[in-house]
Design a binder for this molecule. Sequence first.
Ligand SMILES: [Zn+2]
Length: 62
Amino acid sequence: MSAYWKEKTHFFSDSEYICSKCGYVADRAYKQCPACGAEMSKSKPDGNWVDEEEMLNILLED
Ligand SMILES: [Zn+2]
């Protein structure tokens, strides 16, 4: 079974990548999840999400 990285975008630090299978948080999109060993396909565009707090930062930006 394949999995993918959910990219968690930060505006003031590097992005995090979250395993769709086990929830492991990685600092980069590895080919394989270091935690559960799932093979990663390309991260899906609709897999992007941001924290509410960061959404607020977006809204406050001009
Ligand atoms: Zn995993």
